[in-house]
Design a protein around this ligand. Structure first.
Ligand SMILES: C[S@@+](CC[C@H](N)C(=O)[O-])C[C@H]1O[C@@H](n2cnc3c(N)ncnc32)[C@H](O)[C@@H]1O
Length: 321
């Protein structure tokens, strides 16, 4: 019986490859779906009840936070994001963290699957899918986020680029945007709801994993997140990340290592090697239609070493030695 083939998705609990339903009556694995998105989170039924009001007859829907006010802004250049005036002059020529990381992926990642972890609006996934469409990478491109509404928004802005040229702009307005996004065909990015700490991806399958501004959003800490995603990389695979290091937690007086030192210690402990680094990379975020945030990010490209070939054992008494 034919299996519908997709990227290296795995069950977050068993790690086994996901069997997708195929058109010929095979239901595949009994996955939970929401709005056409597979819920590849641990305890999917409880998650769906808690966050989406599915099953159990629960009426209350607990939305996970969506850290972006509209479906277009992150896909625009910083210049197009800023209104005319001094802010636009400042943003002129700036490179986004996603742009910096995408360039490293193109230069340093081996060919193969890209995983955009905590994809938000899928800014990096969209760039990589465009590269795949132009024959520069073979793909596939996979993107997941723990927030179902975020993944839904990402899918619609990447797949229906033209429609997303009108963005909800706060104060019940729709704002037209200066650059229309070219829409990508359905399937150019494979979307799912998933948790970065229990990633629904087969270990050792990813040529390139991207963590865009996620390190400081996971209460379990940077080391826990890196420990969860590093095993997804194939030998020689690339991990790109950007982070402003700013947490929303209440600041406490504490003498500990700096966030930079904590990050370096975490990736070194996992055997990752630094390939490239840029700091600061300016991240201009439009907040609704009258506010902006400028964050200073650190961007890193890290490589998982190639597996060493086992040393040949000397053969004692071999002829011709
Ligand atoms: C600051 S946004 C960054 C989005 C995108 N990567 C970017 O660079 O534009 C952080 C995203 O991480 C998601 N997120 C937070 N915790 C997560 C987790 N444990 N697993 C997966 N996604 C998570 C949030 O829902 C949000 O979309």
């Amino acid at each position: 019986m034919s299996q519908h083939h997709r990227g290296p998705w795995a069950h977050p609990e068993t790690g086994a490859p996901v069997r997708w339903p195929s058109g010929d009556g095979d239901g595949g694995d009994a996955l939970l779906w929401w709005e056409g998105l597979p819920l590849l989170v641990p305890g999917a039924e409880d998650f769906a009840a808690r966050h989406l009001g599915l099953g159990h007859g629960l009426a209350r829907v607990e939305w996970l936070p969506v850290d972006a006010p509209d479906p277009v802004t992150p896909h625009l250049s910083p210049r197009a994001r800023a209104p005319a005036g001094p802010l636009r002059a400042l943003a002129e020529g700036l490179r986004d963290p996603a742009e910096v990381c995408a360039a490293w992926g193109a230069d340093f990642a081996p060919d193969g699957p890209l995983i955009d972890v905590g994809c938000g609006l899928g800014t990096l996934a969209r760039r990589a899918a465009l590269d795949v469409a132009q024959g520069e990478r073979s793909g596939p491109v996979l993107a997941f986020d723990r927030s179902p509404s975020m993944v839904k928004l990402a899918r619609s802005s990447v797949q229906d680029g033209d429609q997303a040229a009108f963005a909800p702009a706060g104060r019940r307005r729709l704002a037209p945007w200066p650059e229309a996004l070219p829409p990508l065909p359905a399937g150019a990015v494979e979307w799912a709801v998933g948790d970065a700490l229990r990633p629904p991806i087969t270990r050792g399958s990813a040529a390139w994993v991207h963590l865009g501004n996620l390190l400081d959003m996971v209460p379990e800490g940077m080391a826990a997140l890196l420990e969860a995603v590093t095993p997804l990389l194939m030998p020689g695979g690339l991990l790109t990340l950007s982070t402003p290091f700013d947490e929303d937690a209440t600041p406490l007086w504490a003498a500990g290592p700096s966030a930079e030192a904590e990050l370096s210690a975490a990736y070194e402990a996992l055997g990752l090697h630094l390939v490239a680094e840029e700091d600061p990379v300016y991240w201009l975020i439009r907040e609704y239609d009258r506010g902006f945030r400028l964050l200073l990010c650190r961007c890193l490209a890290l490589r998982k070493p190639l597996a060493r070939a086992p040393r040949a054992r000397p053969v004692s008494g071999a002829p011709g030695r």
